[in-house]
Write a protein that binds this ligand. Structure first.
Ligand code: TMP
Ligand code: ZN
Length: 417
């Protein structure tokens, strides 16, 4: 373990005027699910400061404490293909972009942070040439074993060289830009890789939605920036790229946007949509809003813990549902440990048998959830609420209830829907 380094200036504009808005304390790395032997070792796992700052110059909300990337990404437990909602979203994504660019078999689609290759498989089904770029070894190997050509590296100048300058008709990067430390270097490489008539499509959770819904658990060490499109547009502009369109997906990760960018004057710019979004960001992501968010986050912690402790006193059996990275943040920040949750259930084989870091709650196969007949399930994968409630009708019919943490703790049973 190496200590986190603290950056002194804003990640995009370089201003030193960074103002603290929220301090979540020292928390473990969200995706470092513990193997069984580590979970019985009394030595505590590494914890790093998680503090959220506001740049008084450009408005970018960001972390300053940076953890070594190798600690976070060499071996990665997040898989794209774990929810039907995501599979449908990415299939539709490939369909939209294939049509928009009239992609042909010779056109190259590069996906940065390609994970298990889910999106690229959807493009390949439509006949285009694909290439993934994925730093996590386990994921790159898995994608390659499934026939998706993948470079096991961080996207950067070497990748541009391997692909060839302006060699990609479409570059996609979903939930990647928020993870990038050197944003200017990253955008420069995107610009150099993108064909003159190409599109760069990227998805990020929208900071306005994060703040509006109090989704503090998506704040973790990997997510260095919480974007609005004003700062992204300024950043793109410095690298010969222009924001041309925005599409909102309210149900993806609690509210995401897909931004489309291209070299200037290549495609028409959807100015009305862009202006509207910039306008929303002026009041929806300023320092006052971040402050209000911090206040509500403390309140949600208190109320959620009180609710759970009250149910425990009444002898109720409670488990956790889903072990996304955000579960690590929610459970540790709210001090919800094994005295409250018997286990957390998750469909990802890579996570089953492991433990949530910090609170060390075991992660089990969904069969265990079926057998346990819990009274309450704390919905940690809240972004898949609709899919999960639909799937768990039997649990609900037999009297089981869900506890939904956001925007405020709420109990949801068959009769309360
Ligand atoms: P994510 O929110 O980071 O995409 O991760 C969602 C997690 O929830 C992932 O580990 C899979 C898990 N999950 C279940 O266990 N059951 C489900 O029905 C769904 C949709 C997700
Ligand atoms: Zn700034």
């Amino acid at each position: 373990m190496s200590p986190a380094s603290t950056q002194s200036a804003c990640r995009t504009c370089g201003s030193p005027r960074l103002r603290l808005g929220l301090d979540l304390g020292l928390l473990p790395l969200a995706n470092s699910f513990l193997p069984p032997q580590r979970a019985v070792d009394p030595t505590p796992e590494p914890r790093y400061p998680l503090r959220v700052f506001y740049c008084e110059n450009c408005g970018l909300i960001q972390l300053r404490d940076i953890v070594d990337m190798r600690e976070m990404y060499d071996d990665y437990a997040f898989l794209t293909a774990t929810a039907t909602t995501s599979l449908i979203h990415f299939d539709q994504y490939a369909e939209d972009m294939t049509r928009r660019l009239s992609l042909k078999s010779a056109d190259l689609v590069v996906d940065i942070g390609s994970n298990d290759g889910t999106l690229l498989k959807a493009f390949r089904r439509r006949g285009t040439t694909v290439l993934g770029v994925e730093p996590a070894r386990n994921l790159a190997n898995q994608a390659m074993a499934e026939g998706v050509p993948t470079l096991n590296e961080y996207f950067g100048p070497d990748t541009v060289e391997r692909i060839g300058t302006h060699g990609a008709r479409l570059i996609t990067a979903n939930n990647v830009v928020s993870h990038v430390q050197d944003l200017n270097g990253f955008m420069e490489s995107v610009s150099n890789t993108l064909a003159s008539e190409g599109i760069f499509a990227f998805e990020v959770p929208w900071v306005v939605d994060v703040l509006r819904h109090y989704n503090f658990d998506i704040i973790y060490h990997e997510h260095l920036s919480y974007f609005g499109f004003k700062s992204l547009s300024d950043l793109l502009g410095r690298h010969d790229l222009e924001l041309i369109d925005l599409q909102h997906f309210p149900l993806i990760h609690g509210g995401s946007f897909r931004g489309l960018a291209a070299h200037p004057r290549t495609f028409p710019r959807q100015s009305d949509t862009i202006t509207r979004v910039f306008q929303d960001e002026k009041t929806g992501a300023d320092f006052a809003t971040l402050n209000e968010f911090a206040y509500r986050v403390h309140d949600i912690r208190r109320r959620l813990l009180e609710l759970l402790q009250d149910l425990k006193r009444k002898g109720k059996k409670i488990v956790g549902y889903g072990a996304p990275a955000k579960a690590t943040i929610l459970l540790n920040y709210c001090s919800i440990d094994r005295s409250i949750l018997d286990f957390v259930t998750d469909t990802t084989p890579l996570k089953q048998g492991r433990f949530v870091p910090g609170v060390r709650i075991p992660i089990v196969h969904p069969d265990e959830f079926r057998k346990a007949k819990a009274d309450y399930a704390l919905l940690l994968a809240w972004n898949f609420k609709d899919e999960i409630l639909k799937k768990e009708q039997e649990y609900l019919r037999s009297g089981g209830q869900f506890i939904i943490p956001f925007p405020e703790p709420l109990i949801l049973g068959q009769n309360s829907r």
